[in-house]
Design a protein around this ligand. Sequence first.
Ligand code: HPA
Length: 355
Amino acid sequence: MTLHAPRDEHPSQDFVFCVFTQAVRESILKTTPSSVAIKVPSAYSKMVYQVVVALYNNTFFRKVICQIVCLTAQKPWINIAAMKSYKHKAVEAAQFLKDHIEKLPQIGLLTGTGLGESATALDISLSFEYKDIPHFPATTVESHFGKLLFGSIRDKPIIAMQGRFHLYEGYSPLEVTFPVRVMQELGVKTLILSNAAGGLSPRLQTGDLMIIADHINLTGSNPLVGPNEESWGARFPDMTEAYDKKLITLAENAGKDAGIRLHKGVYAGLQGPSLETPAEIRFLQTIGADAVGFSTIQEVIAAVHADMQVLGLSIITNVHDPLAPTPAVVEEIIAVANSAAPKLATIIRQVAIKI
Ligand code: HPA
């Protein structure tokens, strides 16, 4: 369990948050919401937080706290408070950014493993460390990048998230999608996501790029679970065209113009972090997945809910053959992602210019 302190520098925040990691949720809470907000007057929030932390460090009280949260997390009013405060946090983070930037971004970029460099598609004018943005989740050791960049591509204002949050790091679906909500609050209309993925289709080779035409959510999570924030989107967002056809065509054309081979296929999203067994690979191939990875799905669902146009691009960093299974080496995956990043940057740049 991670406890997030109320921030002194943002005194308007009058909530103390106890945010439970995926592990705690799964082992203790089963299917309860990922965060619980305890409303206290802002003057006392720091003190309440300190008391909770002090008690939490004691094994006995930790169990008691977990039990209390287990019980209270079932209560709908707590759920609603958590969702309201989540929106309130996204609005505050967006306001902080609005106070610093000159132009509101139209396009959002979310880059993944080893792909932080694809932000070179961008002429950067301003950057923020995640830790300096109110309410932004803190990065874990696994996240090498932790910066929010503002810049432009041919005068088109862009916001780029260099390094994202994954479910497998213990972030909740709401934390993973927090940056998308901040982008929504800033008025972003188009979201371009990139990720590293394992190839499942025999058509794919290591180092190839794949445009995501559709996805299969096998993460067991969804960022829209809980009360719907009506001001953000519909209760049951339609997913028949989650990945925008016009953007796909723009990407295909960009690939042709630049002589970059692009595939199109279905991305299966798992929670991770363990890689796929040969039986899982066969299963994923059978259900129609062309590539597999541990990211993107949550953000795309939030972006569709937010009525954004979405483009997803995967770098195929390794190819799975269930008949001749070979261990995936993380260092190799990162190296392939890094070396394919310039191709990705070219596609992103050309698409952004044409939007
Ligand atoms: N599986 C899951 N995620 C990945 C893979 C993979 O094989 N390669 C790169 N990201």
